[in-house]
Design a protein. Structure first.
Length: 135
């Protein structure tokens, strides 16, 4: 339960309780994600600190209507780390695929060279055999 500051102190800072809850939630999320506090006060948790910042008018809500595609919900730190890990995994998979493809090409070229050499040996052996028969 919120005791410092009280809900009665915070409600005049927003047009309704829902707006206040959203404002507190967004600021608390920013603090958890590493944003610097705007007041020197030490609070028990990010929500209490966000409420104190709102009470001191350091954080205010901006009114306006945005189209749905004009705003995004910020990702949590864990979500950002998961996305980064997925991106790195895709890069490594692609690098492995390219390396495997290059190795296959080198192996294929070696096989072709060996096959050509074997064919040349067979042809020269046959030519020698024909020469021997003709003599």
């Amino acid at each position: 339960m919120l005791t410092d500051p009280t809900l009665e102190q915070l409600l005049p800072k927003a047009s309704c309780a829902y707006e206040l809850a959203v404002l507190v939630s967004k600021r608390a999320s920013q603090i958890v994600d590493g944003a610097q506090p705007m007041i020197p006060d030490q609070a028990d948790n990010a929500v209490s600190l966000a409420c104190k910042e709102i009470l001191e008018d350091k954080v205010v809500g901006v009114k306006g209507n945005l189209p749905k595609d004009a705003y995004t919900v910020p990702l949590t730190r864990d979500a950002r780390l998961a996305i980064e890990a997925e991106r790195k995994a895709k890069e490594q998979k692609e690098m492995f695929r390219r390396d495997a493809q290059a190795a296959d090409m080198v192996y294929s070229e070696q096989i072709q060279a060996e096959s050509a050499s074997a064919v040349e040996n067979i042809i020269s052996d046959e030519a020698e055999a024909v020469e021997i028969v003709e003599e």
